[in-house]
Design a protein around this ligand. Structure first.
Ligand SMILES: NC(=O)c1ccc[n+]([C@@H]2O[C@H](COP(=O)([O-])OP(=O)(O)OC[C@H]3O[C@@H](n4cnc5c(N)ncnc54)[C@H](OP(=O)(O)O)[C@@H]3O)[C@@H](O)[C@H]2O)c1
Length: 338
């Protein structure tokens, strides 16, 4: 029996711009004990893929090259390693990371991948492959924030930065469903229209308008919470948008790492709280993963959450997908199609 198969993958041999992402033919070993070979049908492009490609990300150890980026995909079970139960060839599955930090142990930009069976989620018929790949990390991040960090209540006002981004759009829909009023910052009028379609009541074009003044115009006493995935360009001034006792949740750094925050500023601004949650800490073990996914699938099925696929690229055009993400030209999710 052959102990490898040949597949195409996107590999990088050094950090750099999108041009370091090269299509190569590689050998994939047969699945080891506890692993499943998944034939990918849709692969997510996440912002952390860009950070991994650029280098300098907060990893526990430096990347080893050659490296296949990406850590989220949907596909079909193709082969089972020893001691795998509960899955059969032909099952539709998806995964978000393979354990540990999402941005480490990557390998999804490929036609197929061996994945620990415990990290696979079986997809219901109501969810398409592109939807699953384009949604799971964003949905799980929103789930972490809404269920574990700061849950919007009826009549709360929440400021969501980059409200038309992958995670921002899920947060916008979920906060709206819970009865909160969403003020969203967005980079363009197109993005404002998309965020509004998903529940954002006040869109602020923050590249041309001072978002603190605009937020205060909509919420003179300040907002109850700020959800901030933009980081460097927004986090410090987000403190000026919150009401006393308000919460700042910084979950991402799309514009770069934010500067250190002086704790005394939180006191001076009215006993604010600030948190910096990571999905891989909150939703790490398979039980937490499966229960969070079950809730997300139900929210999708009932139409409370919708997946916005902003752009699709062929797997071999991963570099173009990265250019899209970095140029802020896309709303919602970007997927690669092998
Ligand atoms: N904590 C966690 O566990 C966790 C989980 C998932 C994602 N994240 C992080 O959360 C952040 C957002 O993720 P996402 O999936 O929503 O990303 P995304 O869909 O790529 O959106 C990022 C958005 O940030 C805005 N932005 C502002 N400055 C930017 C810049 N210099 N370059 C690129 N974009 C910029 C853009 O929106 P506008 O044009 O509207 O400004 C852009 O669309 C990322 O940093 C990601 O790594 C963290």
């Amino acid at each position: 029996m052959r102990d490898t198969i040949r597949i195409d993958a996107i590999r990088m041999h050094a950090h750099g711009g999108p041009e370091v992402l090269c299509r190569e033919s590689i050998e994939l070993p047969i699945p080891a004990e506890g692993e499943v070979r998944v034939r990918h049908t849709a692969v997510a492009v996440n912002f952390s893929d860009v950070n991994v490609r650029r280098g300098g990300f907060y990893r526990s150890e430096p990347e080893r090259f050659p490296l296949i980026p990406g850590n989220e995909a949907a596909g079909i079970v193709e082969a089972l390693g020893p001691r795998v139960t509960g899955l059969r060839p032909g099952d539709r599955v998806a995964y978000v990371g393979v354990g540990g930090p999402f941005f480490e142990n990557t390998g999804a930009y490929a036609e197929a991948r061996n994945v620990p069976a415990a990290r696979l989620v079986t997809l219901p018929d109501t969810i398409g492959d592109e939807q699953a790949a384009g949604f799971l990390l964003k949905g799980l991040t929103a789930s972490m924030i809404v269920n574990r960090v700061w849950r919007p209540k009826h009549d709360d006002t929440v400021l969501i930065h980059a409200a038309a981004s992958g995670v921002g759009l899920v947060l916008t829909q979920w906060a709206t469903h819970l009865g909160a009023r969403v003020i969203g910052t967005v980079g363009s009028q197109d993005k404002a229209n998309i965020a509004s379609r998903h529940g954002c009541t006040h869109a602020i074009l923050y590249r041309e308008t001072d978002f603190v003044a605009a937020t205060r115009a909509f919420a003179p006493k300040g907002v109850d919470a700020v959800f901030d995935g933009v980081g460097r360009d927004t986090l410090e001034r987000s403190l000026d948008c919150a009401r006393p006792f308000g919460a700042i949740v910084n979950y991402g750094n799309a514009s770069g790492h934010p500067p250190p925050i002086d704790l005394m500023r939180l006191s001076r601004k009215g006993s604010l709280s600030i948190s910096r949650p990571g999905f891989h800490h909150h939703i790490d073990d398979p039980a937490a993963l499966h229960s969070a996914c079950a809730e997300l699938f139900e929210l999708l099925k009932t139409g409370i959450l919708e997946v916005e696929i902003g752009r699709r690229h062929a797997l071999q055009d991963a570099a173009s997908a990265h250019r899209d993400v970095e140029s802020r030209s896309v709303s919602g999710s970007v997927v690669l199609l092998p």
